[in-house]
Unconditional design. Structure first.
Length: 85
C-alpha cells in the first residue's frame, strides 16, 4: 500500500519527521539522513512508529519490514513507495 497524504495536506516526509520527533523529543537536528539506531529506536519504538504512521497516513508497515528500516529516509521511502519485494 502506498501513502495517501494526510487530509491536512502535510507531506508524508513532514509527517514522518513529526512522528519521529514526538518519539524522540530530546534529539536535535533530526533529518531524513538520521539513522534510526542513532535515535535509539528499539523494536518497541519501531512498532510505535508503525502504529502512528498507520493512524496518521493509513499505511501499514508490517513486522518483517520494520527491522530493515535503517534511516528516516528508509521509513519515508517505504511509506511512500511500499516495502521492497
Amino acid at each position: 500500500m502506498t501513502a495517501t497524504p494526510p487530509a491536512n495536506g502535510i507531506s508524508v516526509r513532514q509527517t514522518v519527521l513529526e512522528i519521529i520527533t514526538t518519539l524522540r523529543p530530546h534529539h536535535d537536528g533530526i533529518t531524513e539522513a538520521t539513522p534510526l539506531a542513532e535515535l535509539g529506536l528499539d523494536s518497541l519504538d519501531r512498532l510505535a512508529l508503525a502504529i502512528r504512521i498507520e493512524q496518521t497516513i493509513g499505511v501499514v508497515l508490517t513486522g518483517p519490514v520494520l527491522p530493515g528500516l535503517r534511516s528516516i529516509a528508509d521509513v519515508i521511502d517505504t511509506v511512500t513507495n511500499g516495502a521492497p519485494q
